[in-house]
Ligand binder design. Structure first.
Ligand code: HGY
Ligand code: MN
Ligand code: MN
Length: 414
């Protein structure tokens, strides 16, 4: 057993990894040096705690606190992700991993009785920032994406997941569902920084999640006529950048007209992208979210139709492709109730942010704990957690996990 680390201490140990001087914040895409360094940090911390570190075939890292008899049936898992969005915050993902390490230290210090193994899991590519699909690692494990589709996902440079995975020691032929591993898992509790203002407005440090609103990503490619910026009269242009710009504003207007909908264009790439060049193509991505999946589908169809019209008006053509879709998820009611018993003052909050716990909720009882973020901002350098709240989160996670480590039969006797 080691002396209990602190969440803030562990977060400080990694705060230099993946700093993005150009964008601000952190850029820690899957298979980057920064992400590899974070994985090494986690593995070292897990080994210091004598956990059994077992990377799986999809690149997730499992750090097991085994029972003396080695039985892993109905195991409890916690953890989160270490990858980030481009220019993201310091806490989105790593806070859940650091808090899991500290919660485990705390449980060992308490010398609790337990009859379930506990594993801290780090899921890869939760943000989908490199290969476009959110929660790729947990989707692969749960069989929520076909291995073939995953192998052929491409990053911005055109590398396939298979090519890059192979370079980083994964065998792309063996990625995919892990039913035996899933069968061992009885429940998943993920701690995460809150990515909104709920806890600020409630003046509380910790919340329990009720649900994740549905969300998806679509890629729109607009094709026009590339040409010279100086020799092409305005009347002679078929400029996809103009069509794309009109589409972006139309997307905003359509989403604004649908209460509680959110639609974002945060990524737009003209091809070839020269200052004195009329683009031949513009690729951009939309992220659309709404609590009701039918409304999301309907809104996306409206966006597609309007984009078609705009493309035609601008004498351009367009392709519209779904890249990632996650239905609205309600977390496991009885598991969340157990968390409420352990954390009675924690309010219940829904979230607009996706998580691995949201993906796994379709196959195993999952729940989440949120920690207050005084800025209310995420996916940005302003994302923040105060030291005191970070430590409260580690303790809250230990408090939540402790009763869950006794399965039903023993609980009756306890
Ligand atoms: O995009 C999301 O909601 C999450 O942060 N991956
Ligand atoms: Mn996250
Ligand atoms: Mn995120």
């Amino acid at each position: 057993m080691i002396a209990t680390a602190s969440v803030t201490g562990l977060m400080r140990d990694i705060e230099h990894l993946g700093i993005d001087l150009r964008r601000g914040g952190y850029s820690r895409p899957m298979f980057s040096t920064a992400e590899a360094d974070l994985r090494s940090w986690f593995i070292a911390e897990a080994e210091r705690r004598d956990l059994s570190v077992e990377p799986d075939l999809n690149g997730a890292i499992w750090a097991w606190w085994d029972l003396p008899n080695g039985n892993r049936e109905d195991a409890l898992i916690t953890g989160s992700h270490l990858d980030s969005v481009p220019g993201g915050g310091q806490f989105d993902g790593p806070l859940g991993v650091a808090s899991a390490l500290v919660a485990l230290d705390e449980l060992q210090k308490r010398e609790i009785s337990r009859d379930r193994a506990l594993s801290i899991v780090v899921f890869p590519e939760e943000e989908g920032s490199r290969f476009g699909v959110a929660c790729l690692g947990s989707r692969l494990m749960a069989g929520a994406i076909s291995p073939d589709v995953a192998r052929n996902l491409r990053d911005a440079e055109g590398n396939t997941f298979a090519e890059i995975a192979r370079k980083h020691g994964l065998d792309p032929e063996h990625i995919g569902p892990q039913p035996e591993l899933m069968a061992q898992v009885g429940a998943f509790v993920e701690l995460h920084v809150e990515q909104g203002r709920g806890l600020i407005d409630l003046n509380q440090p910790i919340a329990i999640a009720s649900s994740i609103i549905g969300h998806g990503r679509w890629r729109i490619s607009v094709y026009g006529q590339g040409n010279h910026a100086g020799t092409t009269l305005m009347s002679d242009r078929r400029d996809p950048m103009i069509a794309a710009a009109r589409m972006v504003v139309k997307i905003r207007d359509l989403a604004t007209g649908e209460s509680d909908a959110r639609a974002t264009v945060g990524r737009l790439q003209p091809v070839p992208g020269g200052t004195n060049v009329i683009a031949s193509r513009v690729d951009f991505w939309i992220d659309v979210r709404h609590p009701d999946d039918a409304v999301t589908a309907h809104l996306v169809e409206d966006i597609r139709e309007q984009a078609e019209l705009i493309a035609a008006e601008e004498s351009c053509t367009m392709e519209f492709r779904e890249e990632s879709i996650s239905p609205t998820v309600s977390f496991d009611a009885s598991l969340s109730k157990r968390l409420q018993e352990s954390l009675p003052s924690a309010p219940i909050l829904s979230t607009g942010a996706g998580h691995d716990a949201g993906v796994l909720a379709a196959s195993i009882p999952s729940a989440m704990i949120f920690v207050r973020n005084p800025s209310g901002i995420s996916h940005s350098p302003e994302e923040y957690v105060e030291d005191a709240d970070a430590e409260l989160g580690g303790t809250a996670l230990a408090d939540a996990l402790q009763p869950l480590l006794l399965n039903v039969s023993s609980r009756a006797e306890a």
